[in-house]
Design a binder for this molecule. Sequence first.
Ligand SMILES: Nc1nc2c(c(=O)[nH]1)N[C@H]1C(S)=C(S)[C@@H](COP(=O)(O)OP(=O)(O)OC[C@H]3O[C@@H](n4cnc5c(N)ncnc54)[C@H](O)[C@@H]3O)O[C@H]1N2
Ligand code: MOO
Length: 403
Amino acid sequence: MSMLTIEDAWARLDAACAPLPAASLPLVSALGRVTAVPVHAACDLPPFDQSGVDGYALSVAGIRDWPARLPLGGTIAAGTLAAVPALDAGTAARIYTGGMIPQGADAVVAQEWVEREGESLVVARPVPVGQDIRRRGEELCAGTLMIGRGERLNAGRIAMLAAAGIDRVRVHAAPRVRVLVCGDEIVPAGRTLRLGEVYDANGPLIASWLRRNGYPDPEIEAVPDREAVVSEALRRAFDSADLVLSAGGVSVGDRDLIVPEAERLGAERLFWRVAQKPGKPVYAARHGRALLIGLPGNPGSVLVNLAVFVARVLGCLEAEADHAAALQVGFLLAAAAGDPQRDTWLRVRRRIGEDGSLGLEPLPRQNSHMISNLSVADALAWLPRSAEQFPVGTRVRCLSLRL
Ligand SMILES: Nc1nc2c(c(=O)[nH]1)N[C@H]1C(S)=C(S)[C@@H](COP(=O)(O)OP(=O)(O)OC[C@H]3O[C@@H](n4cnc5c(N)ncnc54)[C@H](O)[C@@H]3O)O[C@H]1N2
Ligand code: MOO
């Protein structure tokens, strides 16, 4: 049976994704979304010359003799709205961190370095011009490009834009995701299992993975293995979602209904089966503007395909500039077996060595129906197909599970 390489499957998904429309959102509501336009600073940073410390503003250019004794004028606090009076020659003004530097001042001296004697200030040692003044625009000027298009907004980027006066930002819509959890034997936790049933791991896995990665909670539907029900669930999902994720029912059993029902509804296949282990029977198709990724039902396979394909499609739908799978290179901390026909995604725990190197510790219980090693697993080591063992120390690529 023909199997696509992982790279070819990525290329087909990339080619099939069209970016979702963009809209302007209040900045903090845009957390996790991707910019649709470049964003430029709305003001200079800092916006005015300001003090970097609590201390005294003075004009050192006019002082000949040190120690200097300077009569004290007014007090300048941060946030003072009224115009700050100019500093009289030969005087000093009390100033707080962030306070506006008065006209005539050319330095600030921190209060720890001076003595107060009545209404005068005694400055023992010479102070260089410019000391502890943060200059207007020294970090950046209004109009400076702060972030390009296609960048995902995290807390730091939101803070940075807010500081530069940005209150709204144009971002691509978050993909609407609908999840179909397939299988007659699947029941939610909390019920007593009857013989033949298993608890649903895939619904909670997909929902929490999406939330963890900054996507809105998806619609989740339990779908029994009946043609009419699968077909109706797919039809509704295609109508209402940008990305449909089904879990289960994509293998070759007679009750594996996702592929035939999706295609009966007119879905165009992008691929079915990828040369990877686990997760081989993964299916991808396009129906109108919606994409379907049929995740094979074993929870270990869902896990792998979320990290390998779903993350990529989501980034693509949001026109993320660097949406390609973020791969790192590490080395195996124990020998591992690959597979002669398929690339292997080996669940590992990442361990940073004392020298900063990235060690990948292969974990037990790798079979695709097992997920108890997720107590510690955080990445997938990518072992190319090979009949040989990979010895300790082999350098391999790895992909975060984004759990
Ligand atoms: N003759 C063949 N049989 C199978 C092949 C194959 O190539 N030839 N591939 C195997 C592989 S690999 C996988 S992976 C599975 C995928 O099959 P399906 O996508 O059709 O998944 P199901 O049969 O529905 O379920 C597989 C397995 O996972 C359990 N499961 C399903 N959903 C959940 C859930 N929500 N929570 C927990 N566990 C779930 C299900 O009970 C089955 O045990 O096919 C192999 N067979
Ligand atoms: O692809 Mo399956 O996930 O190997 O068990």
